[in-house]
Write a protein that binds this ligand. Structure first.
Ligand SMILES: Nc1ncnc2c1ncn2[C@@H]1O[C@H](COP(=O)(O)OP(=O)(O)OP(=O)(O)O)[C@@H](O)[C@H]1O
Ligand SMILES: [Mg+2]
Length: 404
């Protein structure tokens, strides 16, 4: 089976998915805009061929692939990187291949279309209206009421996303959105935030995952002093997660999703109501797939590949641990000068710490607004949730990185 993998080496985790395709027996043709020399090693080794193209140039991409198809059949197209999911669908249509069409992919890219489909299926979404002009935003605000959220219809990483509590605040926020062509204006949902992620084959869920964000992603984005924490949960049978699980099970067929990775976000209100947030037809980023691996002692990269190539898992994935990740942001600007508290925390919790990946002394700080990874991360795991809560809170408060 010859599979075209779009952007096989970027972002970095794509290399592991690419390698997994080869591991499960597929012949992998890479299609990307990285120069061949920039491909990460796991991707390079897995590729039978690499077609170096400009991914934004659809005509050029199709021409290159039709040229290639004279020598080798193309059986399937996979893309796990959000910006090129529509391109993947276009290639499928152009070659008459199975998998998601453009029409089926659009709701995963356009948050208004997404919510319209979800609404039609009778699933609870925040009240929402789309707007392309300032006047439309004001009109939408009147219908939605305060507090509300304004965000791009195709946003990522909470960029250009604002909570607005009054008309006065809306007047302040509007100029900041001038560069965003279309926004969603939504009812603000007060609650906790979780993911609902799956690996599916032929419309059946083979693996499900729920991750708990602490605090809510918008808070992480607003305050640099926060150490964002994500906890992949071991026990999905507890009552307070059932609303989100059930919703996830309804959202997938509503969008016609069949095979691959999905990443949904949902809110749980204080009264227990589950409210839909958004969904991507791709895996979550920010090392969450690795967290799933630490939680199961399994390999979700391979599980995905088995799902899309063989339509099933060769072995079941067992949830053994809660796995928590704490992202750190150094105090100060410039280069990392020192790290405090790590030795003590490792002495206390070392056996449960599975990864320490902090920027080394002397490295330049990363842009915490641009990347959730920030200046590094710690991953801990434990069968008991309370232990992971305690450890992640300690790493959040007692581990400090400094820059100058
Ligand atoms: N209707 C809403 N009510 C409350 N909070 C919201 C609402 N919409 C967005 N938010 C907050 O803003 C954050 C970002 O919004 P959203 O998840 O829609 O887009 P995104 O995170 O930018 O996209 P991605 O998750 O793909 O990076 C949410 O995680 C949540 O904290
Ligand atoms: Mg989101």
């Amino acid at each position: 089976m010859n599979i075209v993998m779009i952007s096989p080496g970027y972002p970095v985790e794509m290399a592991y998915f690419t390698r997994a395709l080869a591991t499960v027996g597929a012949t992998v043709i890479g299609l990307g805009d990285q120069p061949p020399s920039a491909l990460p090693e796991p991707a390079r080794q897995a590729l039978a061929h690499y077609e170096h193209v400009t991914l934004t140039d659809e005509v050029g991409v199709l021409a290159a692939l039709h040229g290639l198809a004279q020598h080798a059949s193309i059986d399937q197209v996979e893309c796990l990187w959000e910006p090129y999911m529509i391109l993947a669908a276009r290639i499928r249509e152009s070659f008459g291949l199975p998998g998601m069409t453009v029409e089926e992919t659009l709701p995963f890219r356009d948050k208004e279309r997404m919510k319209q489909k979800i609404d039609t299926a009778g699933i609870r979404t925040p009240w929402h209206v789309s707007a392309t002009t300032v006047a439309e935003v004001w009109e939408a605000a009147e219908r939605v009421g305060y507090p509300l959220i304004v965000k791009p219809i195709d946003g990522a990483g909470s960029a250009d996303t604002y909570r607005v509590d009054s008309a006065l605040e809306l007047a302040e926020v509007l100029p900041l959105l001038r560069h965003v062509p279309e926004v969603s204006v939504e009812e603000f949902i007060d609650g906790e935030e979780f993911t609902y992620d799956t690996v599916c084959a032929n419309g059946s869920i083979l693996f499900e995952n729920i991750m708990w964000y602490r605090p809510r992603p918008l808070q992480m984005k607003m305050h640099e002093w926060i150490s964002p924490t994500s906890i992949v949960l071991r026990d999905l049978s507890v009552p307070h997660l059932q609303g989100g699980r059930q919703m996830g099970g309804e959202v997938l067929p509503a969008l016609g999703f069949r095979s691959g990775f999905t990443h949904m976000e949902w809110y749980r209100k204080a009264d227990g109501e589950a409210v839909f947030g958004e969904i991507g037809g791709r895996p979550p980023g920010a090392r969450v797939v690795d967290l799933m691996n630490y939680a199961t002692d399994g390999d979700l990269y391979v599980a995905w590949a088995e799902a899309v190539v063989h339509r099933g898992l060769s072995q079941p994935l067992e949830r053994k641990f809660n796995a928590g990740c704490v992202f750190k942001r150094a105090k100060g600007v410039g280069r990392i000068t020192h790290i405090e508290g790590l030795d003590r925390l490792l002495a206390e919790y070392g056996e449960h710490v599975v990864l320490v990946d902090l920027l080394p002394i002397g490295a330049t700080r990363r842009d915490w607004r641009a990347t959730l990874i920030s200046d590094g991360l710690i991953i801990v795991r434990h069968p008991e949730l309370q232990a992971v809560i305690e450890m992640t809170e300690r790493f959040a408060s007692d581990l400090d990185m400094y820059a100058e």
